[in-house]
Design a protein around this ligand. Structure first.
Ligand code: EPZ
Length: 421
């Protein structure tokens, strides 16, 4: 398993080009199952999660060509079963369920199981699809769905922790080819859900209320192929912005989706970070002290849970006591014990942490556990004394395109050490 060896102390200075959004690309690639015609998707980031999704589409019968960020895919479905050994590699593959049922009238997709950030139930996905008329059972760890003709209805997708992103995606995709009108109340409004809705409309779907918590979908019989460019990644951009803030750097984030980053940019400004919105991106720099802060994660447009770990890393060197409350995945704190190995002073309570900023972290070997926790550890290594080794960086390769190369190019002392094991 590869590791990163990072020598702390250099400010990040220069230009980073932000890649296409992983969390937009995955459901959009799944949505191509809704048509037998060719779809061409641009700005698809080269990530292991994307490669897994393309493997699944190929397993189902698709012809797939992926080159220089563009995916050409033609779904002649010959199989409606997605097996455990493919699905277990990437839980987001559950978003093939809705389009498969809508296209084939049936589907068998392995239950994604949990992950280190917490239990990942899909009860809202299942109940939403059942309300559209799909008969769904759980058999030997698989979701087994018999669809027949789906029929539109009103569905509420709010759960105990707010709306569900991939649940909204699944139900919206199935509703596009249901008979009649579907109203989704409590729909997730994340930019990635909006991007999927716009892609579906480009395929001929009839969706109104895009970007709101109330989606109205007029089902149609067929969807056609489409050529589409994915939005850029607000979480990658936010991660580099935190890197500039922590290292007292000065980064230009080219193509950063500024309009999708309001809550994160507001919080950075509150911490004393300079944010300048420019024509083709965003300039982030810091010269003065890094102030402590308080954040509470919530559904969009609130503060994103996917930026929580990165802000915890920043809090470890801020002046004063910061407070981070995690309301979406209450156990999403695997990064805390590793940050403490670097000398951070953190108190973990139920679903919140109190972080008392210190002068400097000190380098040590740490273990990545999930995608955003790994990013937090890399950020901490950039400012820690001496050397930090981040092990199991396959976690970070799932969601950040060439992050070591991008960091190297702006002055970070980071090296990927390949290993055969
Ligand atoms: C998406 O996951 C993202 N993944 C996650 O990003 C992100 O953290 C999450 O949304 C929240 O914004 C992708 O888009 C591929 P949810 P998703 O369903 O859709 C509960 C990353 O780092 N819930 O919105 O799986 C659930 O337990 C990843 O890029 C139910 O109770 O998340 C959670 O507490 C990590 N029942 C909350 O809702 C359900 O049926 C939000 O989950 C579904 C979810």
């Amino acid at each position: 398993m590869d590791k990163f060896v990072i020598k702390g102390g250099n400010p990040l200075i220069g230009k980073v080009t932000i890649s296409g959004s992983k969390n937009s690309a995955l459901p959009i690639l799944a949505a191509t199952l809704l048509t037998p015609e060719e779809c061409i998707i641009h700005r698809v980031p080269d990530l292991s999660d994307i490669r897994y999704m393309l493997e699944i589409l190929k397993f189902l019968g698709a012809q797939v060509h992926y080159e220089k960020g563009t995916v050409r895919v033609k779904n002649k479905i010959i199989n409606w079963i997605a097996p455990y050994d493919l699905v277990r590699k990437m839980r987001a593959s559950i978003c093939i369920l809705g389009p498969l049922i809508a296209r084939c009238g049936k589907a068998r997709v392995s239950l994604p199981g949990g992950c280190v950030i917490g239990d990942r139930p899909i009860d809202l996905h299942i109940s939403g699809l059942q309300k559209l008329g799909a008969n769904i059972d759980i058999i030997k760890g698989d979701v087994v769905a018999q669809g027949g003709q789906l029929r539109g209805t009103t569905i509420n997708l709010r759960g105990p922790y707010g709306s569900t992103v991939l649940g909204t995606d699944n139900v919206m995709m199935a509703a596009c080819r249901s008979e009649g009108t579907t109203i989704i109340e409590g729909a997730a409004c994340e930019p990635e859900v909006e991007d999927l809705a716009k892609f579906l409309v480009s395929m001929g779907a009839k969706i109104s209320g895009i970007g709101s918590q109330r989606l109205i979908i007029e089902g149609i019989k067929e969807l056609h192929g489409s050529e589409y460019t994915i939005i850029t990644d607000r979480i990658e951009a936010g991660t580099f912005a935190v890197g500039a803030a922590m290292t007292k750097g000065d980064l230009f984030l080219e193509q950063a989706p500024v309009n999708h980053m309001t809550s994160v940019l507001e919080k950075l400004r509150d911490c004393g970070v300079t944010i300048q919105v420019e024509e083709k991106g965003l300039r982030v720099s810091r010269s003065g002290p890094l102030k402590a802060f308080e954040i509470e994660t919530s559904s969009y447009p609130g503060f994103p849970t996917d930026m929580q770990a990165q802000f915890c890393a920043m809090a470890t060197i801020a002046c004063g006591k910061s407070k981070v409350v995690e309301n979406i995945f209450p156990n999403r704190f695997m990064h805390i014990s590793e940050l403490k190995r670097l000398g951070a002073n953190i108190e973990l309570l139920k679903n919140e942490v109190h972080i008392y900023g210190i002068e400097r972290l000190s380098g040590a070997p740490v273990m990545a556990s999930d995608l955003r926790a790994s990013a937090a550890l890399v950020l901490a290594g950039l400012v820690a004394d001496n050397t930090t080794e981040v092990h199991r960086v396959y976690h970070i390769d799932r969601g950040y395109e060439k992050i070591d190369e991008k960091l190297l190019a702006v002055g970070a002392m980071i090296k990927r050490v390949y290993s055969k094991t």
